[in-house]
Design a protein around this ligand. Structure first.
Ligand SMILES: Nc1ncnc2c1ncn2[C@@H]1O[C@H](COP(=O)(O)OP(=O)(O)O)[C@@H](O)[C@H]1O
Ligand SMILES: [Mg+2]
Length: 250
């Protein structure tokens, strides 16, 4: 099967004993666009840290694009298969120019100069950033522009799957709209964690609801997000656009 992410019976607790993931099983296929929703503290970011190979002491089975994350070799190899865009772009951008930030990953792979240039140009174009951004200081960009530079940096590694942690938080309406357009045009498999349920509705076909470290619902985005009972029980609410369409049920 074309399963890109395979998680079976995943358990994880932090060193202080806090159980953050409880018996999580989730399969993501090539081309899936999955929204991961749930209240604060549900375990969304922790799950991303497991998938990106940062967390190593977990129970259960996790593999990403053929990398078995129970092994240190798998956790190392996953860096070239999976890209993560952090919630706070300032954690991800640390070079003196956009060009250097986007070229950083390919440079570390030891690729040829021409290949690096090609990857950087493709990645910038995919993230909707014209040539004029190359010499800008990332620190001086708007929130939306920073998020797009972070996405370009990850795309330059040519991953098979993209994780975005709360990508629309702290963006203004224009930045948010531009991000939706960019994600729409990217063919890559992705998992997006978000509290912004309208954003999830516009960018994902499938939704997984997380609460207290467990998956409590998994299915078609529109169906799950319009289920008021599920949403309210797990600290969420039906997205505004679905409430209005239902003819004033709110
Ligand atoms: N480093 C840590 N040590 C102990 N507990 C943590 C740590 N990081 C997160 N947690 C706890 O794990 C749970 C899940 O957190 P997190 O994955 O950040 O949730 P979410 O991203 O859904 O808001 C929360 O209860 C949080 O307090
Ligand atoms: Mg989080």
């Amino acid at each position: 099967m074309s399963c890109l992410i395979e998680i079976d019976n995943l358990f994880f607790h932090y060193p202080d004993g806090h159980q953050a993931l409880r018996d999580v099983s989730l399969h993501v296929s090539h081309g899936d666009r999955v929204g991961l929703v749930g209240p604060n503290g549900a375990g969304k970011t922790t799950l991303f840290l497991v998938l990106s190979g940062v967390i190593n002491q977990f129970g259960g089975y996790v593999s990403v694009a053929g990398c078995d994350l129970r092994t240190s070799g798998g956790r190392k190899a996953v860096h070239q298969k999976l890209g993560i865009v952090f919630q706070n772009s300032d954690d991800q951008l640390f070079n003196a120019s956009v060009l250097e930030d986007v070229a950083f990953g390919p440079l570390n792979l030891g690729l040829e100069e021409n290949e690096i240039r090609r990857r950087v140009d493709d990645a910038l174009a995919s993230a909707g950033l014209g040539d004029e951004f190359k010499n800008r200081l990332p620190f001086h960009l708007s929130g939306g522009e920073k998020r797009r530079v972070a996405i370009a940096g990850v795309l330059a590694m040519q991953p098979q799957v993209l994780l975005l942690d709360e990508p629309s938080s702290d963006l203004d309406p224009r930045g948010r709209r531009e991000l939706i357009g960019i994600l729409d045009s990217l063919p890559i498999t992705r998992v997006i964690s978000s509290h912004d349920l309208d954003f999830v509705l516009q960018t994902c076909q499938r939704v997984v609801v997380f609460d207290e470290g467990r998956i409590v619902a998994d299915g078609a985005a529109r169906e799950i997000l319009s289920d008021r009972e599920i949403m309210l029980e797990h600290g969420l609410d039906v997205p505004l656009s679905l409430q209005i369409r239902k003819g004033g049920s709110y």
